[in-house]
Design a protein around this ligand. Structure first.
Ligand SMILES: Nc1ncnc2c1ncn2[C@@H]1O[C@H](COP(=O)(O)O)[C@@H](OP(=O)(O)O)[C@H]1O
Ligand SMILES: [Mg+2]
Length: 265
């Protein structure tokens, strides 16, 4: 984890490898978002201005620093030619310039994030999640160490606005507490930080919503899979990746068992 403060020049650290670059990109895009948030905009205008500013900055920096690589971004409309290129590319940056756009527009909420992941040759190889309002970036450059669990009762992070219907029943089965918050990245980071013990989602999401969070969670030794226990796959033709589990290893079997028996409807 690094502090966000002090990255004011927009050139990457000398000799940055992909991990350090991901961390730097997420951090500077987060700083840009803090600037946008201070401009006095509200509601839809603030959301759009944030999405656009962070997307433009990340696209410009990646085009300059890694011109050979492809990019899949939430804010970029992907044309067929871009998609064909992405699917045959060796390296693809999967970015969500602003995850938790709704919460970003609700000042002073801090549950929004910037996601930067790198997919190479079939799997995620690096990633960073910045939580700019906390001044923190979590990344594979320095894989986070998950603290000892501070709560005996499991805490499950869920979407604040679109929690899957089955999580209430899951929480009852596990005698767990639900902790609603915005942003997939922030929810994964909450598991990394021992604020929660698991993040369970179903019903819709895209690769950019969870690629960087999963890269960071894997590097921290957390369990990550689809809700049915299958592998999370990135840089697919269809970029919908609607469900996932990220949790402490010791909770994975109980969560997967519940889904196996009860499904997610
Ligand atoms: N049912 C759904 N369908 C599509 N996207 C969803 C979704 N539920 C959550 N997401 C996306 O996942 C991210 C985290 O959502 P949440 O805060 O509700 O957990 C958000 O990304 P954006 O903020 O980048 O749009 C949101 O759009
Ligand atoms: Mg998102």
């Amino acid at each position: 984890m690094t502090s966000n403060r002090g990255h004011h020049d927009r050139t990457p650290p000398d000799g940055a490898d992909d991990h350090v670059l991901a961390e730097w990109l997420a951090t500077v895009a987060g700083e840009r978002l803090l600037e946008v948030r201070a401009e006095g905009l509200e509601g839809r205008e603030l959301k759009d201005a944030g999405d656009q500013a962070a997307h433009d900055l990340l696209m410009r920096l990646l085009a300059t620093i890694r011109p050979e690589d492809s990019v899949l971004s939430e804010e970029g409309l992907e044309r067929d030619v871009d998609k064909a290129k992405r699917l045959s590319a060796k390296r693809v940056w999967i970015v969500d310039p602003l995850d938790g756009t709704r919460e970003f527009s609700e000042i002073p909420r801090d549950d929004w994030a910037v996601h930067v992941a790198l997919w190479e040759d079939g799997d995620l190889v690096a990633g960073a999640v910045a939580q700019p309002a906390l001044g923190e970036t979590f990344s594979t450059a320095a894989p986070p160490v998950v603290p000892d669990r501070s709560s005996e009762r499991p805490r499950i992070a869920v979407s604040r606005t679109r929690p899957p219907a089955f999580v209430e029943a899951l929480a009852a089965e596990l005698d767990a507490e639900l902790v609603p918050m915005g942003s997939a990245g922030v929810k994964v980071v909450s598991v990394v930080r021992d604020i929660t013990d698991a993040y369970v989602h179903a019903g819709g999401q895209y690769e950019w919503d969870n690629a960087a969070p999963v890269a960071v969670a894997r590097s921290a030794g957390l369990f990550c899979s689809r809700i049915d226990g299958s592998e999370l796959r990135y840089n697919q033709d269809d970029v919908s990746l609607p469900d996932l589990i990220v949790c402490r290893q010791e909770l994975s079997e109980a969560i997967l068992d519940f889904v196996r028996v009860h499904g997610t409807d």
